[in-house]
Ligand binder design. Structure first.
Ligand SMILES: [Zn+2]
Length: 354
């Protein structure tokens, strides 16, 4: 069952509406409560539905007596960033056509700590892959490409850090156009890695189109139709090699341009996966009529996602060193509270379809 949220009721249609709705941390908390428990409190420990709201804003379960809060067990758990700041960051992250870099968000929100902003954006990225999401289907191009490091040929450029091999799969629409895509780093271009990538991200029965690389051989045994396009065949037909797999090459170049544009290429290998998750999330929703809908979808995933600790975010590598923050900007961000709102999401129930 997939609910259909309404613009202007369940999510803001514009930045003006966003500002009118989320004036206090309490407004934001109420919105997250409504998103997490649209049918009323349900205990995360024992799944019992029903309980009491305590004086401190937490809930007590009528089943097991456990106490919990709206944000406990979500990505907002135990962060010291006020919810007005969180939701503003999420709005800018979700509604920006190409997203937002940590540095731009830091400037926009006037937050002193780059690390706070960096971690907030990474927590948002970490929720974007919905558990149990469907695999690609129909006709799917699959290829690998290298991403990261400095572009070769730049004046004075020197590769700092090696490029990462990334698997790409893109659905082909008839008569033209692309459907959804998937992009993930691969260990190598071996049969084990490439077959694993296809199996994880393409539904059996789909027709998989690859180039002539031998490691793709054997996909038929995994239940896929397999069309191998060979270089010499394309050249004999007078085509450029880039025309062999136009969809994956197009998506790869969009992803590289996005990394160089929005993030100015400042993406280290250790965090490439989460940036690719963000790119894929945006690409697959590129036809979404409303940017506010993306804000809703990100928060919906965020309240259903387990906490992500700072140590987990930096487990592989620390964020880039940045110039020190100005002294007056140190500490945790202040709430962006203004006089309270009407909470329109409470005025109407979600319509269910399907
Ligand atoms: Zn309980």
């Amino acid at each position: 069952m997939d609910h259909q949220p309404l613009a202007g009721t369940h999510y803001p249609r514009s930045v003006g509406e966003f500002q009118a709705w989320f004036r206090t941390d309490g407004d934001c908390l109420d919105y997250l409560e409504w998103l997490r428990w649209p049918n009323g409190f349900a205990c995360p420990s024992c799944n019992h539905c029903g309980g009491w709201r305590l004086g401190d804003g937490r809930f007590m379960c009528a089943g097991c007596g456990g106490r919990t809060s709206v944000t406990a067990g979500t990505i907002f758990d135990r962060t010291r960033t006020p919810l007005t700041v969180w939701l503003t960051a999420c709005w800018l992250f979700a509604t920006g056509k190409d997203g937002i870099s940590a540095l731009s968000l830091k400037r926009t929100l006037e937050i002193g700590s780059y690390q706070t902003v960096w971690a907030m954006l990474h927590r948002l990225r970490s929720v974007l892959v919905r558990p149990g999401r469907e695999r690609l289907a129909g006709t799917v191009e699959v290829d690998e490409t290298y991403i990261g490091g400095l572009e070769s040929g730049l004046p004075g450029g020197r590769a700092h850090g090696k490029k990462v091999l990334v698997g790409i799969a893109v659905e082909i629409r008839e008569p033209r156009g692309f459907g959804r895509c998937r992009m993930l780093p691969l260990a190598d271009a071996s049969t084990a890695s490439l077959h694993g990538f296809v199996r994880d991200h393409v539904e059996p029965g789909a027709k998989v189109i690859t180039d002539g690389w031998q490691a793709y051989r054997g996909l038929e045994k995994l239940g896929y139709g397999h069309e191998r396009r060979r270089q010499w065949a394309a050249q004999a037909g007078g085509e450029e090699s880039g025309d062999l797999l136009p969809a994956v090459h197009r998506v790869a170049s969009l992803a590289k341009r996005w990394l160089l544009g929005t993030h100015q290429g400042s993406v280290d290998d250790a965090h490439l996966t989460s940036y690719l998750d963000e790119f894929v999330f945006r690409f697959n929703r590129r036809r979404s009529g409303s940017r506010g809908m993306l804000f809703y979808r990100v928060l919906e995933l965020a309240v259903a996602h387990a906490p992500v600790r700072y140590e987990q975010l930096i487990a592989t590598r620390r964020p880039r060193a940045m110039p020190p923050a100005p002294p007056q900007g140190r500490g945790h961000p202040h709430s962006m509270e203004r006089p309270p709102a009407n909470r329109p999401w409470r005025a109407a129930t979600l319509g269910y379809s399907g």
